[in-house]
Design a protein around this ligand. Structure first.
Ligand code: DX5
Ligand code: ZN
Length: 217
C-alpha cells in the first residue's frame, strides 16, 4: 500500500485527557483534524475556541479545520489566528465558494472544499483548479463512528480523474468510517489523506492503528 497521510479526528479523543491524545497524534499522526459543527449546517455541535486553542498550542504537526458550519467566511481570520494551517469549507454551505476558497488562501492557509455524500464530484471541475484539497465525506457529516457509505468509493475514482485533468496537485481527503477494513481500497482508488476518529481512538493500540493506516506496518 502507498504511504497514506493520516489525520486523526479529535472528535473521538478523550477530552478528559486531551493532552495525552494530542501527544499521541503529535508522535504518530500527520495532521490534526478538527471537526467544527454549529448545530445548523449539521445536527450536532462539537467544540469551540478554547479546545481548538488548546490543541494548536500543543500541536507539533499541522492542524486542519473541517468547518461544518454555515457562513464559514465569517470566521476564517479567527481560525488563522488560532493556529490553523488548512481549512475545508462545505460546497453546500457556500454560495460564493470561489471567493471563500480565495479568502482562505489569502490568509496564508491551505484551502479545501468538502462535499457531502450526495454532492456529485462533477460539480467540482472548476473549483479544483484553485483548491489545495477536496474532502470527500464518506458518511453524512455530524457524528463520529458512523459506517462508511459504499457508493462514495466510486466518487473518489471519478474525482481522481477530474483532478488529473484540472489540477493534479490537488489532494483527495476521505472523511468518515475510515478504518483498517477499507484503507487499502481507499489507497487504490486515489485517496491521499484519510481522516480517522473512531478507528484510531477506539482501538486497543491507537499508535499502531495510525501506523497501519499510514501503510507503515
Ligand atoms: C463527521 C466528521 C468526521 C468524523 C470522523 O462529521 O467530519 O471527521 O469525526 O469520524 P470517524 O472516523 O469515527 O467516522
Ligand atoms: Zn471531519
Amino acid at each position: 500500500m502507498k504511504r497514506m497521510i493520516v489525520a486523526p479526528s479529535m472528535l473521538s479523543a478523550d477530552f478528559a485527557n486531551l493532552g495525552k491524545d494530542i501527544d499521541l497524534v503529535n508522535q504518530n499522526g500527520d495532521i490534526f483534524h478538527l471537526d467544527i459543527m454549529d448545530g445548523v449546517f449539521v445536527p450536532n455541535i462539537s467544540y469551540g475556541t478554547p479546545v481548538i486553542k488548546a490543541i494548536t498550542a500543543r500541536a507539533t504537526i499541522p492542524v486542519e479545520a473541517h468547518l461544518m458550519i454555515v457562513e464559514p467566511q465569517k470566521f476564517l481570520k479567527d481560525y488563522k489566528e488560532m493556529g490553523i494551517g488548512s481549512i475545508s469549507v462545505h460546497y453546500e454551505a457556500c454560495t460564493h465558494l470561489d471567493r471563500v476558497v480565495n479568502q482562505i488562501k489569502e490568509l496564508g492557509m491551505k484551502a479545501g472544499v468538502a462535499i457531502n455524500p450526495h454532492t456529485s464530484v462533477n460539480l467540482l471541475e472548476d473549483i479544483v483548479k484553485v483548491s489545495d484539497y477536496i474532502l470527500v465525506m464518506s458518511v453524512n457529516p455530524g457524528f463520529g463512528g458512523q459506517k462508511f457509505i459504499p457508493y462514495t468509493t466510486q466518487k473518489i475514482r471519478d474525482l481522481k480523474k477530474i483532478i488529473q485533468d484540472n489540477n493534479p496537485k490537488c489532494l483527495i481527503e476521505v472523511d468518515g468510517g475510515v478504518g483498517l477494513n477499507n484503507i487499502e481500497e481507499l489507497a487504490r482508488t486515489g485517496a491521499d489523506v484519510v481522516v480517522a476518529g473512531n478507528a484510531v481512538f477506539s482501538s486497543k493500540n491507537p499508535a499502531e492503528t495510525i501506523k497501519k493506516l499510514q501503510g507503515l506496518l
